[in-house]
Design a protein around this ligand. Structure first.
Ligand code: HT9
Ligand code: FE2
Length: 360
């Protein structure tokens, strides 16, 4: 039997977007930070990270590769629906994509976000972007958001194997004592406190994945590695508390405690974003070098076929739900599979309510 994506007649990949040439960098940063009170010095500093890489973020090319892999996965599994792509902050903008979908006659699309966790920045802000994208577009399709997938077995499998490969790159003498340092994007403490239906979902979801990876690595290697959850890419005004410890500070602490080898596992990033190539591979790697710590960075999920297949699984799962069928929802670790539609107060906008799609 062919898998049935109905009532969906399209899939929409929703992402952050990034600059592709030096002239794009400043307008891109203006798009990202409009009305957000990011200090000028921070913006100049982040602009420099982009210029260091030729003014080109890796994120759009990664999304192009992901799209190609996704189309192949769907076609190879007998699912014949178009896949679109739209971004929050750069071309192709969501609004243009939604116009194209309307012109193509799409009526209802499932949206997959390249953000695996709950938080205002990673969830509701994208839902607001969807609302703004359909606003005033005649014949715009109905858009549903697929659930968070930090604990989907396909994503977990990809991150477990990335961790095992990184451990395998260490010298035998360093491997058993290696620390697994799980890292994600810092957000304001208040944003974590209000994330998810009960609050603190951002950190809880990362901890659940980190614990699941530690356990799966133990089953594979017979060794339970020490592990921590740390943060990178802090922004905002200095007096506002953001999640800590910062990855660089944490490396200092590990070095003072005896300097184990470190495997940095970037669970907060689904591909090698600028935060990964600059904040981790450049800055944190330099910190480790200065401290004399052996440092290996595990791969991101990228286009791991098991991660790509998560999209298909979530599409078919949600399609069945919308048709009123019973479904089994795959999830691994201490937290259950996430909700489909976010409840009203979930991940609120710190600057006040705005229209958002795909809520309950
Ligand atoms: C939770 C989270 C994710 C993960 C979820 C998701 O993937 O969406 C994420 C992803 C990303 N963040 C990115 C880039 C930036 N984020 C910034 C600023 C901020 N991020 C925040 C949070 C997050 N960000 C927050 C609370 C701010 C403060 C301003 C605000 O409240 O909005 C700034 C401004 C400069 C600065 O302040 O650092 C930039 C340039 C890129 C593109 C990278 C590339 O080009 O490869 C990606 C994928
Ligand atoms: Fe960000």
């Amino acid at each position: 039997m062919q898998p049935d994506p109905s009532p969906y007649d399209a899939l929409l990949l929703v992402s952050f977007g990034g600059p592709e040439k030096p002239e794009d960098v400043v307008p891109f940063l203006e798009n990202v930070t409009r009305g957000r009170g990011i200090p000028r010095e921070r913006l100049e500093e982040v602009g420099e990270h982009y210029f260091l890489f030729g003014g080109r973020s890796p994120i759009n090319d990664q999304n192009r590769e992901f799209l190609a892999a996704l189309r192949e996965d769907l076609a190879g599994n007998g699912i014949d629906i178009p896949v679109y792509w739209g971004n929050r902050n750069w071309d192709p903008y969501l609004k243009d994509t939604v116009r194209q979908m309307a012109a193509d006659g799409v009526t209802r699309a499932a949206c997959f976000m390249t953000s695996a966790y709950a938080s205002y920045s990673g969830c509701r802000q994208y839902r607001e972007n969807l609302a703004a994208a359909v606003e005033g577009v005649e014949g715009a399709p109905r858009l549903d958001k697929l659930r968070h997938y930090f604990n989907h077995p396909g994503f977990v499998d990809a991150m477990v194997d990335a961790t095992l490969s990184a451990l395998a790159d260490l010298r035998d003498s360093e491997r058993e004592g290696a620390h697994l340092v799980f890292v994600t994007h810092s957000i304001p403490e208040a944003m974590d406190a209000s994330s998810g239906p009960q609050g603190n979902a951002y950190v809880a979801q990362h901890r659940s994945l980190a614990d699941a990876i530690v356990e799966r690595v133990r089953l594979e290697t017979g060794h339970r590695h020490a592990a921590d959850l740390v943060f990178c890419s802090r922004s905002g005004a200095p007096h506002i508390p953001w999640l800590e410890p910062d990855v660089n500070d944490h490396l200092e602490v590990l070095s003072r405690r005896g300097g184990p080898a470190v495997v940095l596992v970037p669970i907060g990033f689904v591909s090698d974003h600028m935060e990964v190539v600059y904040d981790l591979d450049t800055e944190a790697a330099a910190t480790a070098e200065k401290l004399g710590l052996t440092f290996v960075r595990a791969a991101t999920a990228g286009i791991d076929p098991r991660y790509v297949a998560v999209v298909r699984d979530l599409l078919l799962e949600r399609a069945a739900v919308e048709r009123g069928e019973e479904v089994a929802r795959a999830a691994e670790g201490s937290l259950p599979a996430c909700w489909d539609a976010c409840p009203a107060g979930c991940c609120p906008n710190p600057r006040g309510d705005k229209p958002a799609l795909a809520g309950a």
